[in-house]
Design a binder for this molecule. Structure first.
Ligand code: ADP
Length: 186
């Protein structure tokens, strides 16, 4: 099963991605997690991207594409994977097409949640996450960038017949059940 999960920051992608990947035995590949891990370990990549993450901007496509190509080349990703946080731009969609070649995606799951609900959730998450990009200003910036750069991806994957929209409002269990249902129907 080769999946992408899309949705605005705070839509609950990370949580749902964890659940789906453990249920289906596929790796959860989160570009945000990879960047944060590198920042924590003070790697060269971490030093390059820290300022960008703190400001809520996007890491350049070149860096991000290279990281994903590398990760998808590992053995555990051969049979399937769930990409979380990637692709985020149309250029990344094209890069992913090249990485995958004829290997087609099973589905692109989009969690649909409106902006105000999300700001409330993220401001709350900030109290416990310790993430330096979880402040209201940075959250709004991430949302604006998402609408500009990432929302067009839904249209692209819809055109390809891959998009499955799932209502992301409700309890975590309700949302998981909706996602599993949507996958079962494909
Ligand atoms: P969220 O979905 O809550 O914004 P993520 O963990 O997916 O959080 O990403 C955190 C940050 O990592 C992003 O704001 C961005 O700076 C960087 N990032 C993650 N994935 C990408 C990507 N595909 N392209 C560019 N930057 C990315």
């Amino acid at each position: 099963m080769k999946l992408i999960i899309l949705g605005p920051p705070g839509a609950g992608k990370g949580t749902q991605a964890e659940r789906l990947t453990s249920a289906h035995g596929i790796p959860h590949i989160s570009t945000g997690d990879i960047f944060r891990e590198n920042i924590k370990n003070q790697t060269e990549l971490g030093r390059q991207v820290k300022g960008i993450l703190d400001a809520g901007g996007y890491v350049t496509d070149d860096i991000t594409n290279a990281i994903v190509a590398d990760r998808l080349a590992q053995d555990d990703a051969k049979a399937g994977f769930l990409l979380d946080g990637y692709p985020r731009t149309i250029a990344q969609v094209q890069a992913l097409d090249e990485i995958l070649g004829d290997d087609s995606l099973t589905a692109v799951l989009e969690l649909v949640v409106d902006d105000e609900e999300i700001v409330q959730r993220l401001v709350k998450r900030a109290e416990t996450s310790g993430r330096s990009d979880d402040t209201e200003d940075v959250i709004r910036e991430r949302q604006a960038i998402y609408h500009r750069e990432t929302a067009p991806l839904s249209a692209e994957y819809r055109k390809r017949g891959l998009l499955v929209e799932v209502d992301g409002v409700g309890s975590m269990d309700e949302v998981t059940a909706r996602l599993e249902q949507a996958l079962a129907e494909r």
